[in-house]
Design a protein around this ligand. Structure first.
Ligand code: C5P
Length: 232
């Protein structure tokens, strides 16, 4: 898989999701399904979107004991998703278990991406709530290295961290980056943003874009703009 734009389908129901996806009559975008939609609609939503010809990033951020994660990943792999994720904080053993569970009998598997520290966690909260005293950048790179050692394909990170992740873990280690906005767009609640063109320049492999596409007056045009700035 090469560089691609993933649309965050942060809708509360299947109805709203399909109303949105119906607009895409040409190229079928890669879509991200998160916890809200998955918990509301169950595995059926994944199968239906897949049947419509979309690639799927199932963003459920698993974190549990290795055996539970391994078995759960086997279930997700059976849904034929293209990419899924977990929390690197679950340890290397959990990540190795996840990879094992995800690998299908024929040896194929979805891409597996780790979340390092959530962007909602800052240095202060990490120190106070998690008792982690190291600088947050160091923690992020350490978790990324753990993910690489465990055999994962990449990490979710800010576009601003993508260059450093590639330096630490190699060019082939994937960076999946949210926090993308058009130069002339509204940044909403995101704090550290980049345009699709900047994300391309810094070496992001996948950008995850929600509201700049889902809330646009013409979502298909906004998607095409992302593709032309990021992929072409
Ligand atoms: O609408 P917007 O483009 O901000 O959506 C970004 C998507 O990426 C959302 O689904 C959000 O939950 C997700 N995300 C994020 N920051 C992270 C991890 C995931 O914005 N650090």
């Amino acid at each position: 898989m090469g560089r691609d734009v993933i649309i965050a389908c942060d809708f509360a129901s299947a109805e709203k999701t399909f109303e949105f996806l119906d607009k895409f009559t040409g190229r079928k975008p890669f879509v991200k399904i998160g916890m809200e939609l998955f918990y509301a609609e169950g595995p059926a939503i994944v199968k239906e979107i897949k049947a419509r010809g979309h690639k799927i990033f199932l963003d459920l951020k698993l974190h549990d004991i290795p055996n539970t994660v391994k078995k759960s990943m086997a279930v997700l792999s059976g849904l034929d998703v293209d990419m899924t994720n977990l929390h690197a904080a679950g340890t290397k053993r959990m990540m190795e278990g996840a990879l094992e569970g995800l690998t299908r009998p024929d040896g194929t598997r979805p891409l597996l991406i780790a979340v390092t520290q959530l962007t909602s966690t800052d240095q202060e909260t990490m120190e106070a709530d998690l008792l982690i005293k190291e600088p947050i950048d160091k923690v992020v790179m350490h978790y990324a290295s753990n993910a690489k050692d465990a055999g994962l394909d990449g990490v979710v990170c800010s576009p601003l961290e993508a260059g450093k992740v590639h330096e630490t873990c190699g060019e082939k280690f994937l960076t999946v980056t949210p926090g993308v906005r058009f130069a002339d767009g509204d940044i909403g609640d995101q704090k550290r943003v980049m345009t699709p063109a900047e994300a391309k320049k810094i070496g992001s492999d996948y950008i995850v874009v929600g509201r700049p596409i889902t809330a646009a007056e013409d979502p298909v045009a906004a998607y095409e703009r992302c593709v032309s700035e990021f992929c072409d």
